[in-house]
Ligand binder design. Structure first.
Ligand SMILES: Cc1cc2nc3c(=O)[nH]c(=O)nc-3n(C[C@H](O)[C@H](O)[C@H](O)COP(=O)(O)O)c2cc1C
Length: 391
């Protein structure tokens, strides 16, 4: 039962953040999760040594679960030319070293599967984050046709998506299932469906981007249909005993958009389809406007995780501006979420997890650090003490 996750490994002398957590066959050593973080560094959707070091460093740094970035279930479902894919067997094969390094260093390997929809064929962030332009084309980064629920571009100057026909939607559902099967074959132990940030699934959910009047639109049930069909198919292809996560944009941040009550309704449906945990993000569907629509502050999305957990009676993951162990522990102690995802902070400091243990006073002697570093760092600490040096 996903609701009772973590009870099995509970050790009362540890902070909640460092209590092991079990969901189905998966056990993570703590509740710290690295959320999917696109690296825009793949070739033809295939992972390479950058991804290996990226994932390996967080495993070595003590994270509990690590999700590999949004991986396209179709070639046209990639965000950029540099995004990972899982639409070919070779791409799953190339992820095996990532899976192995994460496991070898004690983390649960997870993968996020995705379809970028109308937000596909864009530039890498450092190239401008907009639609691919003439300069990109000159470098060989040619745009491709993007698809969506309705012919409404994600932002000014972005490609107008071609409205998907019902039989094409069925093919995408199948592609998600095939991606899940490849993730299983690669050895991943957790899987997340990307249903957030204005990409294909969320663009169907939101009335801002879905103006259809057929069975995939019109009302809330119609707009939820793609999300639920994908989940059902993924669950069919992803082993019953492996945990399935679903990332939502809890709100669009617009009065006319997707609301928290809709997220709760969706979470209830997803629970009946054997989803184990809702990863509560927000925004991304009103493109550049979203940052202003949803005010940023420490833990600004935690209330969404709390509401989904309470109202839909399902595990939730909090994410967004969670900066340190003390803040993370307070979220868990308040019962607002079951898992804590840390994105940019862990990019800044891949040892965030073991440092969080020190923030919470449980590892003064660096015993949770890899021995290769911990032995020296403990000595360094003693040297500091003798010198009277305070960090
Ligand atoms: C470089 C980068 C890449 C990201 N890639 C993804 C992604 O592949 N899938 C996704 O759902 N969210 C993605 N996100 C969002 C993060 O998973 C996370 O929700 C966000 O950074 C907020 O958490 P933070 O404040 O701890 O960084 C990305 C964020 C960053 C900074």
């Amino acid at each position: 039962m996903s609701d009772s996750a973590g009870e099995a490994g509970r050790q009362t002398d540890l902070p909640l953040l460092f209590q092991p957590v079990s969901i189905k066959s998966m056990t993570a050593r703590n509740r710290i999760v690295v959320p999917p973080l696109c690296q825009y560094s793949a070739q033809d959707g295939v992972a390479n040594d950058w991804h290996l070091v990226h994932c390996g460093s967080y495993a070595r740094g003590g994270a509990g679960i690590i999700f590999v970035e949004a991986s396209g279930v179709e070639e046209r479902g990639r965000i950029t030319h540099g995004c990972l894919g899982i639409w070919r067997d070779e791409q799953g094969e190339a992820m095996k070293p990532l899976v192995n390094i994460m496991k070898r260093h004690g983390a649960v390997p997870g993968l996020q599967i995705a379809h970028a929809g109308r937000k596909a064929a864009t530039q890498r962030p450092w190239d401008g984050l907009g639609a691919l332009n003439d300069e990109d084309i000159a470098r060989g980064e040619v745009p491709w046709e993007v698809v969506g629920p309705s012919p409404i571009p994600a932002d000014e100057g972005w490609l107008v998506p071609r409205q998907l026909a019902e039989d094409e939607i069925a093919d995408i559902v199948t592609a998600f299932g095939q991606g899940a099967a490849r993730a299983h074959a690669a050895g991943f132990e957790a899987l997340e469906i990307h249903g957030a940030h204005g990409y294909l699934i969320q663009s169907f959910l939101s009335p801002l981007s879905n103006k259809r009047r057929d069975g995939y639109g019109d009302d809330l049930a119609g707009r939820m249909r793609l999300a639920l069909e994908v989940t059902r198919e993924v669950r069919r292809q992803w082993p019953e005993d492996k945990p399935l996560f679903f990332r939502i944009s809890s709100v669009d941040g617009s009065e006319d958009g997707w609301q928290l009550a809709d997220s709760i309704a969706l979470a209830k449906e997803l629970k009946t389809l054997d989803v184990d945990c809702i990863d509560c993000s927000s925004g991304g569907n009103a493109a550049s406007a979203t940052v202003n629509l949803i005010p940023r502050g420490l833990g600004f999305q935690v209330p969404y995780a709390a509401a989904v957990k309470a109202e839909a009676a399902i595990m939730s993951m909090a994410v967004g501006l969670i900066l340190d162990g003390v803040q993370a522990e307070a979220i868990l102690q308040a019962g607002d979420a079951d898992l804590i995802a840390v994105g940019r902070e862990i990019m800044y400091n891949p040892f965030w997890a073991v440092q969080a243990a020190q923030d919470l006073g449980i590892d003064p002697n660096f015993e949770m650090w890899p021995a290769q570093y911990g032995w020296w760092l403990e000595k360094r600490e003693r040297t500091f003490k003798r010198m009277g040096h305070k960090r």
